[in-house]
Write a protein that binds this ligand. Sequence first.
Ligand SMILES: C[S@@+](CC[C@H](N)C(=O)[O-])C[C@H]1O[C@@H](n2cnc3c(N)ncnc32)[C@H](O)[C@@H]1O
Length: 242
Amino acid sequence: MGDHDTGMTLTDACEGRPRRVLYGRRLGPRLKPNRRRLLEESLPEVRLTLPARGERLEVASLLRPGTDRLWLEIGFGGGEHLAFQAAAHPGVTHVGVEPYLNGVASLLGEIEARHLTNVRVLVDDARLLLEALPDGALERIAVLFPDPWPKLRHRKRRIVNRATVAAFTRLLVPGGELRLASDDPGYLAWMLDATLAEPRLVWLAERARDWRQRADDWPETRYEAKAKAAGRQPAFLRFRRV
Ligand SMILES: C[S@@+](CC[C@H](N)C(=O)[O-])C[C@H]1O[C@@H](n2cnc3c(N)ncnc32)[C@H](O)[C@@H]1O
């Protein structure tokens, strides 16, 4: 898939590296026994595996029984937003991507506690999934408080950029929704630059409170709570795919 500006693939767009291009943590503090159990026993039941590079996944192969459409959350952290959405929308398969194992274990705990049967998880770099999904595969995409990478030389690491926004647009069905959030003013401006350059996305904000306040069906994430406790003002962006 080429970026419409540069002709680069998504993974090329991240400092020219092939295949896996993860930044940040994959392993954190030692996993507690219950988290280890969840990763060993529950992860295989929900784990999504990528096809060989260059091949596409079929939407039908991703759908859990009783569901007929897909939503995607990239970098779900502790999984609280994803679990909330999965419980609120049982007719949707919720695909979560998160390389950080402690976060994955936390989501698996939520899946177990809430008896959720409509979640799939990829433990890897979300860009690999973006490449593997067919056009119009997703009804909703959420990227909430992605790592801001504020240093100039690290900006290419940002998961929201023109190449990924082009991919989000390709993947959303007409009428589908992209939700982004950030507490970093520099990243916020960067996100708006990337999304407003995409003519097939319409920003849904009509007044300031539309981006200063979360929609009612959008619960607070752990990172948002930390940002607010530190005195940072989050912004919440919603776009419709036309
Ligand atoms: C600042 S945290 C925010 C977590 C969560 N969305 C929240 O709001 O609490 C960013 C998350 O993105 C994940 N992440 C970083 N690079 C990623 C990538 N390439 N693909 C998927 N997730 C990624 C990190 O592991 C981390 O959990």
